[in-house]
Design a protein around this ligand. Sequence first.
Ligand code: GTP
Ligand code: MG
Length: 349
Amino acid sequence: MTDLVSSVLSGNRRALARLLTHIQNETDEAGRALAALYPHTGRAHLIGVTGAPGTGKSTLVNALARAYRQQGRTVGIIAVDPSSPFSGGAVLGDRIRMQDLSGDPGVFIRSMATRGSLGGLARATGDSVRALDAGGFEVILIETVGAGQGEVDIAHAAHTTLVVEAPGLGDDIQAIKAGILEIADILVVNKADRPDAPQTVHALRAMLDLGARGPHDRWQAGALLPAQTPSTPQASGPARWDTPLAQTVALDGTGIPELVTLIDRHHDFLRETGQWKRWERTRLEQELAGRLQDALLARLLKETPHATIQFVLDQLVSRQLDPGSAVTHLLNNSHLSSSRYDQAGASSS
Ligand SMILES: Nc1nc2c(ncn2[C@@H]2O[C@H](COP(=O)(O)OP(=O)(O)OP(=O)(O)O)[C@@H](O)[C@H]2O)c(=O)[nH]1
Ligand SMILES: [Mg+2]
């Protein structure tokens, strides 16, 4: 076991910070450490916090962290920075957070910058969460701005997803269109102190009753294996989770204890119905599929001369070749193909 790994496991903050930097820089050291840490992960409750810019996510995460600390639970926070330069809220929220929670050894905060591809960010976020999990943090809050599907996906890669809405911040229908309500395990109307809050609550309740509230079969999707239809009912407990609506004033802590209770209830629901395990399996299947996709594409591109790809592209543009056949052609001429094609490729070259 390397120094870094054993230090992270023993709760050394500086080692954890170093590992997170390795993860963000995608170094080989990160890969080695994560492999060694992997058996020590899977214990933390991962809570995603997503929603439109400025709804109060950072303030809410802050308030939740404080509540968990009062209960003696340790908290990791991963804030995925919005890619938009127009959002000043993140800066403010993070500044408040730093003042409020820094110096508490039971809290670890890390911001992730949107650098490069969203897929890369999602992976770095997932790896960072694993590092915090191995470091012994019991609750991990993952804040993302739910502006794009990619960011939503990051927050959704949690056991419990909070979707944060605020009154008067644009069209609620917009959020529903983006499918953001459907991913909510708990819908939070923050800024409940605002006079227009009751209207927002009313509108969102109506939406939940209309059908956004449904059986949460989202962990059935098969990324590699065919999706399985849920044939047998869950062994125990209700298999259905009705998305509750919580009202909070993150600024002064109103509604936070109730929200913590709802989050715990969702945790227990997942454990008792076996959905926690199902979630784990589906998540890992998706991650494996994503990593395989990237690795196979990288390998193919490494093995295929640049000129070949240009040639294929030319043929696509001139309509001499269709994209489907192009894929077959490229695969047949790479080492990813079956040995039959390998031999054919070798003899023709
Ligand atoms: N009135 C009121 N204002 C709040 C509440 N919670 C947060 N705010 C304010 O809303 C603004 C945005 O808060 P943030 O926590 O930064 O919001 P955010 O969703 O993290 O913002 P982005 O990260 O930029 O998307 C700040 O000025 C907060 O002080 C609340 O419960 N009531
Ligand atoms: Mg924020």
